[in-house]
Design a protein around this ligand. Structure first.
Ligand SMILES: Cc1ncc(COP(=O)(O)O)c(C=O)c1O
Length: 401
């Protein structure tokens, strides 16, 4: 009631300002903290940047598209003469699928290096599209072994594309993408090397040229802290330019998307105007934070706090230290019979904190992400709440493992 009266009176004075400030107050007080692989929390200023309606042909929007495409190359640390960036409407999977449809002709064959759910998704994409592929499955708690890749390529150099996930967000493992890239180019120099860097781009530095990456995919709402709505591909121009006519999908034709963006600076189909506006602000905030290195440092600090705290509590990690990165951590379910994940999850949720179930096949785990608009204080608060929840569930504490 009071709120309605307040809105009415504020609307009379300064309509836009009033709605904005109420939206801000509400969002800040209602929203939970997301310790997940995504969707992730973003800053209020990034959300506020979306509070506009722009037409797709509006010069302000065209300008935004141009700036974003150019800034993405800066974040990737690659020159515009050699690489291009191509935004794709939809979540990250859309861009992954667009790369396969475009970079893998029906006469080609992909080698998929798989050690988790997102590698498996690549396999599913190739299966559904009828694209020739060979899948090499590695253990979910081990990095893809470069020596195994070398052996495969020595025995069969007929692959035209090799694909791997940088941070397998299903476990948190970091694959040695630079080493693998060098092996790929050593054995099959004409093949394309495709890295799914969905949850690592913008926080884990990667030298694309030294790592021989031809296609890299990520999305707006991961480490770059924009809102969901589009993904993007950083593509080597000499590879992409050979792909005209390859795609059997219209909407996922990356070459056509690129060609149209180059010619008109417009998307082929309805563009994600609001999330592009938010992304422009998110990129500015990345710059203000100090770029990829500083963002990475914040995530490393977040990660260190949660890992050290959970260790003190007695929780055991799924990965050993030589395999993990600093994006997300998988924790094994404690052996304590009082631990029931659903209850643990819901109790934390009631305290305004969202964690995530595990996504590995051979072990019962839950995951705690530390990317997005999260800071060391958030991690400390999460630890305090985890302790309270364990006590509320009458688990032995420290945890019995
Ligand atoms: C490594 C990786 N690849 C692909 C995806 C799929 O992205 P989306 O869920 O945005 O389609 C994700 C999602 O978290 C991911 O972490």
């Amino acid at each position: 009631m009071y709120r309605q009266i307040l809105i009415k009176s504020l609307n009379k004075i300064k309509p836009l300002c009033a709605v904005r400030s109420l939206a801000t107050t509400n969002a800040a007080s209602v929203d939970k903290k997301l310790f997940t692989p995504g969707p992730l929390g973003v800053s209020m200023t990034t959300k506020q940047a979306m509070l506009r309606d722009l037409g797709s042909r509006d010069t302000a929007f065209i300008d935004t598209v141009k700036k974003i495409r150019s800034k993405l190359l800066d974040v990737a640390g690659v020159p515009a003469q050699v690489f291009t960036s191509v935004p794709v409407q939809g979540s990250g999977t859309y861009a992954v699928e667009a790369v396969f449809h475009t970079a893998l002709p029906t006469t080609g064959k992909a080698l998929l290096l798989v050690n988790g759910a997102y590698g498996k998704r690549m396999k599913k994409i190739c299966e559904l599209a009828g694209l020739a592929h060979q899948t090499e499955i590695f253990s979910e708690n081990m990095k893809v072994a470069p020596s195994a890749v070398e052996e495969i390529l020595q025995n069969d150099p007929s692959f035209t594309l090799v694909a791997v996930v940088h941070c397998e967000t299903s476990s948190g493992i970091i694959n040695p993408v630079s080493e693998i890239g060098c092996i790929v180019k050593n054995h099959i120099p004409d093949a394309s090397y495709f890295v799914d860097a969905m949850s690592s781009f913008g926080a884990i530095p990667l030298d694309l040229q030294a790592s021989k990456v031809d296609y890299l995919v990520s999305s707006a709402n991961k480490c770059l802290e924009g809102v969901p709505g589009f993904s993007f591909v950083i593509a080597r121009l000499d590879h992409l330019l050979q792909c005209k006519g390859n795609s059997t999908s219209l909407s996922l034709d990356l070459y056509d998307q690129y060609d149209n963006l180059e010619k008109t600076h417009q998307f082929r189909f309805t563009p994600p105007t609001h999330s592009m506006l938010a992304f422009q602000q998110a990129l500015l905030e990345l710059e203000q934070e100090g770029g990829v290195l500083e963002r990475g440092k914040r995530y490393q600090k977040n990660c260190q706090i949660i890992r050290e705290g959970m260790k003190k509590f007695g929780f055991r990690e799924f990965l050993d230290s030589s395999h993990k990165g600093y994006i997300i951590t998988s924790f094994c379910f404690p052996k304590d019979p009082k631990f029931v994940f659903e209850e643990f999850y819901h109790r934390l949720n009631e305290k305004g904190l969202v964690i995530y179930p595990g996504k590995v096949l051979d072990s019962d785990c839950f995951r705690i992400g530390n990317i997005g608009h999260l800071f060391p204080d958030d991690m400390t608060h999460l630890l305090q709440c985890i302790k309270e929840v364990c006590q509320e569930m009458e688990m032995s504490f420290p945890i019995n493992n």
